[in-house]
Ligand binder design. Structure first.
Ligand code: EPZ
Length: 420
């Protein structure tokens, strides 16, 4: 098994380019199923989760042509779609595979998708996905761990989401674009990845308005054409490098990002004493002389993103006071705290809140990655810690960060990947 070894104490300096967003690419790739025409997707990040959805496409009979000489571009040809089954072995490795549910029902009138289990950070049910698809007229059954869905033609309706679920909103939106009549989604997720999916679908000929607001309207159309679409930058990767500058008291220019998408992260890092400049497509973060303790409460966009909670906990471990981090989205997203404590962090977990008392420094240790963003948190802690931090189970990090050690090395970090 591979491990990452980080030797702390280097102030990171320089510039880093942000890759395409995993959480934008996955629904947009799923949306290509909605037509038999080819789609070209650009700025696709090179990640394990992307490779997993390509494997799923091949199981569905969809052609995936990665354009060798044009890096990060892929052509999807769904004209040969010949299956409606997303099998257990793939869904268990990536629960976002359930994003093919809506498109398959809309395109083929049927789908058989392995019921995604929970994951390290929580139960992560998809009851709201299924409730929305049922409201659109799909028959949904559960049998031997699979969701069996069928529908003659979906019919537009009003759907009011109890929770602004990101992939739930995306699944329902993709099912509704080919439904008969209008669908209104109330209380949808407003994340930039949802907005980018609506833009991609509209470029295919869909008629969606209101994405990014509290009401999305979708007028069903009879067919869609292929898209030619470029994936938006990954706001969580950008935020992670912003924290890397803060935690090492460095100076990093994060390029190819959308500052508006990281507004809340900028605000909290400024509260924590960082100096931040914003440009058209870049953000520059300079670490302060000290790290001020700030309280964090995660919430749906445009609130503070849950996917940045672990990274901020690493930073607050070195603050000048006491900080409370409250996780309101997932029920078990504090596992990184146990590993940070092995490095000397002073953290007390109390239900959905973590109380962090800043310490002068962390010490390198052997630690274990438990999920994608927890892995990032441990790398960030290692960049600042005294000595070496050896992180195992780094397959988690490869799911969502493209060559993170190379990008950090480019900023001066002492970091390497070794065979454990
Ligand atoms: C998306 O997950 C992201 N993944 C997650 O990123 C992100 O943390 C999350 O949104 C929240 O922003 C992708 O986009 C592929 P939710 P998703 O449905 O859609 C509950 C990462 O690190 N819920 O918005 O699965 C759920 O349990 C990953 O990149 C239901 O109860 O999250 C959770 O408490 C991690 N029933 C809350 O809603 C449902 O049917 C928000 O979940 C659906 C969700």
């Amino acid at each position: 098994m591979e491990e990452i070894i980080v030797t702390g104490g280097v102030r990171l300096k320089g510039s880093v380019k942000i890759s395409g967003a995993k959480n934008a690419a996955l629904p947009i790739l799923a949306a290509t199923i909605l037509t038999s025409e080819k789609s070209r997707i650009k700025n696709v990040p090179k990640l394990e989760d992307i490779r997993t959805i390509y494997k799923l496409f091949k199981r569905l009979g969809i052609m995936v042509e990665e354009d060798g000489d044009r890096d990060r571009e892929v052509v999807i040809d769904p004209s040969t779609l010949n299956s409606s089954e997303a099998p257990y072995d793939l869904v268990k490795t990536m629960r976002a595979s359930c994003l093919v549910l809506g498109p398959l029902i809309a395109r083929l009138g049927r789908a058989r998708v392995s019921f995604p289990g929970g994951c390290a950070i929580g139960a992560r049910p998809i009851d709201l996905h299924l409730k929305g698809l049922k409201s659109l007229g799909a028959e949904i059954g559960l049998e031997s761990g699979y969701i069996n869905a069928s529908a003659q033609r979906l019919k537009g309706t009003n759907i009011c989401l109890d929770i602004p679920t990101v992939t739930g909103t995306e699944n329902i939106m993709m099912a509704a674009v080919l439904a008969e009549g209008e669908t209104i989604i109330e209380n949808p997720a407003c994340e930039p990845e949802v907005v980018s999916l609506s833009e991609a679908l509209n470029s295919m000929g869909a008629s969606i308005s209101g994405a990014g607001t509290r009401i999305i309207k979708i007028k069903g159309v009879t067919e869609l054409k292929g898209m030619d679409y470029s994936i938006i930058p990954d706001r969580v990767e950008a935020g992670t490098f912003m924290v890397a500058a803060a935690i090492t008291q460095g100076d990093i220019k994060i390029e190819d990002c959308i500052p508006e998408h990281v507004d809340h992260i900028i605000a909290r890092l400024r509260d924590a004493g960082m100096f931040i400049e914003e440009g058209e497509d870049w953000v520059r973060v300079k670490g302060g002389h000290k790290i001020r303790a700030v309280d964090i409460r995660t919430s749906p966009y445009p609130g503070f993103p849950t996917d940045m909670q672990a990274q901020m906990m690493a930073l607050m471990s070195l603050s000048d006071g006491l900080s409370v981090i409250t996780e309101t989205i997932f029920e078990n997203r504090f596992m990184h705290a146990l590993e940070l404590k092995r490095m000397g962090a002073d953290i007390t977990i109390d239900g959905h809140s973590a109380v962090i008392r800043g310490v002068p420094s962390l010490s390198g240790a052997q630690v274990m990655a438990t999920d994608l963003r927890a892995s990032a948190s441990l790398i960030l802690a290692g960049l600042s810690a005294k000595g070496d931090t050896i992180i195992s189970r780094i397959y988690h990090i490869d799911r969502g960060y493209e060559c993170i050690e190379k990008k950090l090395e480019g900023l001066g970090a002492k970091i390497k990947r070794v065979r454990g």
